[in-house]
Design a protein around this ligand. Structure first.
Ligand code: GLU
Length: 300
């Protein structure tokens, strides 16, 4: 199904894939400009994808603002815009395939259950921050509580409607996929090593997909040939490469760019209103000023 639905593979395609959970700031503008310029250089199509699976955090006014801010900056994209919340069937198809490969299992744990299990096992009981935890790229890896539930107990709990996520059985997935690499414009050929992520969630309890799954499926379906994004997402590419191998999806090239930082060396956060494109525009900056500022900050 994924192969059939794919666009023509001939044209090179880059993309900008923001989440409508805040106003775009200078860091986003850099990322968007980076993808747009990569497309210009390669005579490629530049497309826009709205990563809005997080129903609790997405807001329509942020999505409208993304269109408006990019237009103002002069970064035109090729239609149509793909909105992930409208593509759940594609993600369900991918999950179905992984399930048929025997690589998914339902996980009924709450965050608290996981924290407690990790503490019991004597590992760091620090919760699950999104990035940079010493024990794994997305926090401490899942301790495996639901991995070996007896099949009947598992089926009963699913049938009774108990909320559950779907996790990838990492060990079996690695065995089935075998070794893989991807090509990174900064780092060259990179061997894919997703193991430190542990049994990643591919379908959340509340939303039947996840960033990793949606991203790998969409990049394939949209015929993306070069993924440009911040280096904070470098590690995620290990998981995306594994999903590509398991699902038979195309592997684009990758270019993880440095993150823009302020004068204090810290990366920009969404909540810093003074750095939003909205605010900068209102305070009299032109698109040219913004692009100049970005180039100066990025040292390009
Ligand atoms: N939606 C992600 C973000 O806004 C970007 C994902 C990607 O480029 O792969 O951080």
């Amino acid at each position: 199904w994924l192969i059939m639905a794919k666009r023509s593979p001939k044209t090179a395609v880059t993309r900008f894939a923001p989440s409508p959970t805040g106003f775009l700031h200078l860091g986003h503008a850099y990322s968007a400009l980076f993808a747009w310029e990569a497309a210009e250089k390669a005579n490629a199509r530049f497309i826009l994808r709205i990563e809005d699976i997080d129903a609790g955090r997405r807001r329509p006014e942020f999505e409208d603002a993304i269109f408006e801010d990019l237009q103002w900056l002069g970064l035109a994209w090729k239609e149509p815009v793909r909105r992930q919340s409208g593509c759940m069937d594609d993600y369900a198809g991918a999950l179905d395939k992984l399930d048929r490969l025997g690589l998914l299992y339902p996980c009924f744990c709450t965050r608290k259950d996981i924290r407690e299990e990790i503490a019991r096992a004597g590992q760091a009981p620090h919760g699950l921050p999104p990035h940079g935890h010493p024990n794994g790229p997305e926090g401490a890896p899942y301790p495996g509580t639901c991995r070996n539930l007896p099949p009947q107990a598992r089926a009963d709990r699913v049938c009774s409607g108990e909320p559950h996520a779907l996790r990838l059985h990492m060990e079996n997935a690695l065995e089935q996929a075998g070794p893989h690499t991807w090509s990174d414009r900064e780092k060259g050929v990179v061997a894919s090593r997703p193991k430190p992520f542990g049994d990643v969630v591919l379908a959340r309890k509340d939303i039947k997909t996840s960033y990793h799954l949606a991203c790998a499926v969409d990049d394939h379906l949209q015929g993306v040939t070069l993924v440009t994004r911040g280096e904070d997402l470098f590690e995620a590419t290990h998981v995306h490469r594994l999903l590509q191998a398991l699902l038979g999806l195309d592997t684009p090239d990758y270019h993880h760019h440095r993150l823009l930082t302020g004068a204090d060396g810290k990366r920009f956060a969404k909540r810093e209103r003074s750095l939003t494109l909205r605010h900068l525009r209102e305070s009299g900056k032109s698109p040219g000023d913004i692009k100049r500022d970005i180039r100066r900050m990025a040292g390009i």
